[in-house]
Design a protein around this ligand. Structure first.
Ligand code: ADP
Length: 378
């Protein structure tokens, strides 16, 4: 009988697990939030992931459960574990990725390098942090942020009045995260995969270029990173995966500073946008690796096919909404480009797909990947 894996959440990450599952001969099932999601091709169930009974009914039919996102509540995760279901990553690890304050706290306690930060409950606490950090800082909502939503650079407490009001309304001991505005020279990301029995592998360190808080491009490997920097990033990410007991793929977003230090910005415990290049550029893609890891199968080789791979996101898509109409020109102009679309309707700022090009020389590959992706914008 085929090994069965269940993915909670029907977004593009679940969708991109499907070809890998098909090739490996796995039976992949998806619990989608509703009809018409990116992963509808494998959606065997629809339902609310906040409801334990719904998730349990789905999970009882598979050998391991994993996720398209990090939003499944802790009580649901623990309910699955209590019912004897293999959940990867598990609730303790996921708790660290679900809340940015918990993440800063745990990583700091464990000695991993993070920006200066504080949990602030009101405007006075934020003003005190600003006064100690040159008058400007980055404020983040602890939960539910993505693609820069929930991140503001501020120089006064009034700029996050609405977020403090929302926090006060919850009544619980909630806070906002404030951290130093890191003067980074560039952003990097290190992905690793770990299986429950302990094996860990790492892909090459990559450079990520963000626009308006959203990942726009990824260059693999990160230029001028061989040696000390790559080693430091790999041991940092492996250390985090092992210490927190992460199972599946872990992506660690990093800031590189002028004095060559690296600081951890974010953790994602699932395949991540900064690892999409691995589908076309590495021996084992992050999606195949995630499935192998959550089923506790031996992990695949992570080497690259070509010296350089560049991934460019298609953000928004064409104003007329007609992606398909752009295919003939894009495919004809760049036959070497690999197009990946997520079955999502174009909308301003929305990640609707990505393009990957591989080759020998960074500037040339960046140019071709950008030009191919530009066929899908206006
Ligand atoms: P999200 O969870 O929404 O992706 P992040 O915390 O990753 O949010 O922040 C999005 C982007 O904002 C980062 O990639 C980076 O460019 C910028 N950013 C976040 N935190 C800081 C910081 N402390 N200093 C400088 N820039 C930051």
């Amino acid at each position: 009988m085929a090994l069965r894996v269940g993915v909670v959440g029907g977004g593009q990450l679940a969708r991109m697990m499907v070809p890998a599952a098909v090739e490996l001969g796995l039976d992949i099932r998806v619990l989608a939030e509703g009809p018409g999601m990116s992963a509808a091709i494998a959606a065997t169930a629809e339902g609310d992931y906040h409801d334990l009974d719904t998730v349990l009914a789905f999970a009882r039919e598979v050998d391991a459960v994993t996720f398209d996102h990090e939003h499944v509540p802790q009580d649901v995760l623990r309910g699955l574990v209590d019912a004897g279901i293999a959940v990867h990553p598990g609730p303790d690890a996921l708790a660290v990725a679900q809340d940015k304050i918990t993440m800063r706290q745990r990583l700091g306690e464990l000695g991993f390098p993070v920006p200066d930060w504080a949990a602030v409950h009101d405007a006075d606490e934020l003003r005190a942090f600003l006064a100690e950090h040159g008058g400007r800082a980055v404020v983040k909502t602890a939960r539910g942020g993505y693609d820069g939503k929930g991140v503001r650079v501020v120089s006064g407490a009034a700029e996050v009045e609405d977020w403090f009001a929302a926090v006060a309304e919850t009544g619980a001991d909630q806070a906002l995260l404030v951290e130093e505005l890191v003067p980074f020279t560039r952003e990097l990301a290190q992905s690793v995969a770990r299986r429950p029995s302990g094996e860990v592998v790492a892909w090459p360190l990559v450079e990520t270029i963000q626009r308006d808080g959203v990942c726009a491009e990824v260059i693999a490997p990160a230029p001028a990173s061989a040696g000390r920097l790559a080693d430091a990033a790999e041991s940092l990410a492996v250390g985090i995966a092992e210490t927190l007991g992460v199972t599946g793929v872990l992506a660690v977003e990093l800031f590189q500073t002028a004095d060559e230090r690296i600081l951890v910005n974010e953790l994602a415990m699932r395949p991540h946008n900064t690892g999409h290049w691995t589908i076309d550029g590495a021996t084992t893609s992050q999606f195949e690796q995630h499935l192998r890891a959550v089923l506790d199968l031996p992990l695949g080789a992570t080497g690259s096919h070509d010296p350089v791979a560049v991934m460019v996101n298609v953000l928004g898509g064409p104003a007329d909404g007609d992606l398909a109409a752009r295919y003939p020109a894009a495919l004809a102009a760049f036959p070497e480009a690999k197009l990946h679309f997520y079955g999502k309707a174009p909308r301003p700022g929305r990640k609707v797909g990505h393009v990957t090009v591989t080759g020998d020389e960074v500037d040339d590959v960046v140019y071709r990947a950008r030009a191919a992706a530009a066929h899908f914008d206006d």
